[in-house]
Design a protein around this ligand. Structure first.
Ligand code: GLY
Length: 421
């Protein structure tokens, strides 16, 4: 008899456990789905308003200006591809032809940028727009435009430096330095376009340059502790490193949050395309440096720079600790990092996979909260509040910025995909 009792108790316990597991699964699913639905519902409302306000196709929604109005920029600006790209993600989610037509219209407006070789941002401008257009419509007429964009980008490559020059010669903000061959960590993001071009044309030239650039970045931008330098200035004749500086971070030796996010994302892409373990390890260690950093707040939205105002970090710009209080956080860095982690987790072992997925999930939950996600009808039609564009220039501080929206939507689609498969 006692054994029958025991069997029935065990049975009941098992049933109760199954019930608890199932209901928590349903709750988690429900919660997650509600985040994705809510953000895309908000995007539909916000971007409907944006399309009504921003009608000039040569003037791309970017941010909020000093007067609190919508800030739009011309075709040469590095951010032009994010608006059509965001429209593509809304189309991908809704499958509504209205969003496809809107995305197409804005994408096509960028066509002449395929010949733009005045800076390195062709990947951002063309792959976020035309790359998504090709992926979602399969219209092969977009392919030659992307290939020409890749050609323009590699025209900035130096075989001596083994890098693509980010910007033409420029002076530092304080005019004390002149940089003739500056390369910024952000440039890792433009390499995806080059891998695409080689995959399409079967010509390895683009891919070889992307790999050389990534190897040089791994050698010179990545510090021994896996934080990163924002900018390296090279001697174009010899390839020698002349300066290790920051342009948008707090100081040369600090950790600029968005720069680290660009690096994790970029090295993850290079690993995807090469399956070379060195790039995977670099992406993982750089992610770990960021995620394990005691200065990363609990809600996972980083301060714009991890070392603002700290002893041992000397800014070369007119830093006033009282100008922005509390220290601004950068939602864009978090959106980029979340998206990067949701790809990186798929290449990682079980332990790291769980870690990267969970951290990205917290980032997305925070970004979807009232603190960061705009109430429809506010925020100049953007989704996310509170990014920091360029603190040393006091430009775009605590405002919405289109690339935060773009990577947030991308991350949510990656998250949805991982949840469903
Ligand atoms: N590529 C410039 C930035 O991240 O602000």
């Amino acid at each position: 008899m006692p054994s029958t009792k025991l069997i029935s108790t065990v049975k009941n316990l098992l049933l109760a456990t199954v019930f608890i597991l199932l209901s928590s699964f349903i709750i988690i699913k429900h919660k997650d789905t509600s985040i994705i639905n809510r953000v895309f519902d908000t995007a539909v409302k916000q971007y409907t308003g944006m399309l009504e306000e921003a009608k000039d196709l040569s003037y791309y929604p970017r941010s909020t200006d000093e007067n609190g109005k919508l800030k739009q920029v011309g075709i040469n600006d590095w951010t032009g591809g994010f608006w059509p790209g965001s429209l593509w993600y809304v189309y991908e989610y809704t499958q509504d032809d209205f969003w496809k037509q809107s995305a197409l219209k804005w994408t096509k407006s960028l066509e002449k940028n395929q010949y733009n070789n005045t800076h390195h941002d062709l990947g951002f401008m063309m792959y976020c727009s035309y790359g998504n257009a090709l992926r979602l419509t399969k219209d092969s007429t977009f392919s030659p435009i992307l290939i020409q964009s890749a050609k323009s980008l590699i025209s900035r490559y130096s075989p001596q430096v083994k890098s693509i020059k980010s910007w033409d010669e420029r002076k530092s903000y304080n005019k004390k330095h002149t940089w003739k061959f500056p390369v910024i960590i952000d440039n890792m993001m433009n390499l995806e376009l080059l891998f695409f071009a080689s995959n399409q044309t079967k010509d390895p030239v683009y891919r070889d340059i992307a790999i050389k650039h990534a190897e040089t970045a791994m050698r010179n931008h990545v510090r021994p502790d896996y934080s990163s330098f924002h900018m390296i200035n090279y001697d174009e004749r010899t390839g020698e490193v002349l300066d290790r500086k920051t342009v948008q971070g707090f100081s040369d030796n600090s950790l600029w949050a968005r720069g680290q996010a660009w690096a994790v994302y970029g090295f993850t892409v290079v690993y995807r395309e090469t399956k070379d373990e060195r790039f995977l390890v670099t992406a993982q260690k750089m992610a770990d440096f960021y995620l394990n950093n005691p200065k990363l707040p609990q809600d996972k939205i980083p301060f714009w720079d991890f070392n603002t105002g700290e002893k041992g970090y000397v800014p070369e710009w007119d830093y006033d600790p009282n100008q922005y209080q509390p220290t601004p956080k950068d939602a864009s860095a978090s959106a980029i990092m979340a998206s990067a982690l949701l790809e990186l987790c798929t290449y990682s072992n079980q332990k790291l996979k769980a870690k990267y997925f969970n951290e990205a999930e917290i980032m997305l939950e925070t970004l979807s909260s009232k603190k960061y996600l705009a109430k429809p009808g506010t925020n100049n039609h953007f989704l996310l509040k509170s990014s920091v564009g360029n603190m040393p220039r006091k430009s775009e501080v605590n405002v919405p910025i289109i690339y935060a929206d773009y990577y947030f939507l991308e991350a949510l689609l990656r998250y949805k995909n991982l949840k469903e498969n």
